[in-house]
Ligand binder design. Sequence first.
Ligand code: ATP
Ligand code: MG
Length: 398
Amino acid sequence: MYKAFLLKYAEIGLKGKNRNVFENALRDRVQETLARLGEYRVVREQGRIFVECPDNFDYEETVDALKTVFGVFGISPVVVIDSTDWEQIIEGTGRYIEQFYQDKNFTFKVEAKRASKLYPLTTPEICASMGEYLLNRFPQLRVDVHDPKERICIEVRTKTYVYSKTIKGPGGMPVGTGGKAMLLLSGGIDSPVAGYMIAKRGVAIEATYFHAPPYTSERAKQKVVDLARIISDYTGAIRLHIVNFTDIQLEIYEKCPHEELTIIMRRYMMRIAEHFAKKDGCLGLITGESIGQVASQTMQSLIVTNAVCELPVLRPVIGFDKQEIVTLAKEIGTFETSIEPYEDCCTIFVAKHPVTKPLQKVIEASEKLLGEKIEELVETAVKTAEIIEIMPDGGECA
Ligand code: ATP
Ligand code: MG
């Protein structure tokens, strides 16, 4: 019955003179997302985005795809009446109610919009006239203008659009309208969720993963690629940097106090991720840290890790309980992949009793023990990093 969708976008509607930029970005994101499914026509028209579907489109698949586009607040499947002739609008709307509602025992209200003031009926006339017609044709219906069960919406443009149902979209802002940030992506539960949350605010994402072959397996790396793939459905393409961290970790292991390993390692991860971030024009770093979750995520540890970065470090799950993060991970589809049992590099080099309240001065003194060799190792790690472009349609290229 449906051949089109009308998309609503509350938040970006408020953006004053930037509105154009936001609306165009949203249209482009919708267009890119649907292009993976078929030839859809996406047009911006007077505060709305219309999606016209190809003949053979799949309804569920299209709705699912639209639910991944940040900036979309509501998705209304619409019936298109290929005319603005009032008789045809009446007939088409009647047919819609007939087919769509099995049970017609409900209250309703007609809401109307017309694109042109030249249209022979005013908006109140459209509402009154349509209301009357529907009441006559379906005697079970009742009007309730204050709290109707269904709002029958009619928009008269060059064609006429009729809809009454709105599916919840993901909300947020179109990706790309808020710059770009570098996600430290591990194989865990938290960091994919963190990336999703920042992308939802309109920020495009790149990612960096640190692995430690042979201590971590090829499969652990593949898991991170898989996670990046899943979140790219929401964020668009992700440039993933895979850094071989083994020699750096071994060097830290050899020279530094073992209870400080994790925190020193984390500082090197931040430094290297920031290097790639700056190179690619990212305006911040993103991590999946949450206060108190592990020793390296106490307030004191966060201060010491933060100290090596110039860019702001965004930690969107900082105040979340693990269970709250898990719930989101399940919702966005990363959970099942995150709990695959492959070691990530941190779990192998962790000390039995890591410091929970590190002091910056102490940690800096320990890092001095590393000498010049660490600089070389960092340089090599940066130079030899593998870069994969993760594409939302499942493709990837080195
Ligand atoms: P996650 O579930 O995301 O792995 P975690 O609870 O295991 O998080 P940590 O291992 O302490 O937490 O890591 C904190 C954050 O540091 C992660 O959320 C991630 O952003 C980053 N991080 C940790 N390990 C790596 C890694 N191997 N590669 C890239 N980033 C990492
Ligand atoms: Mg982890």
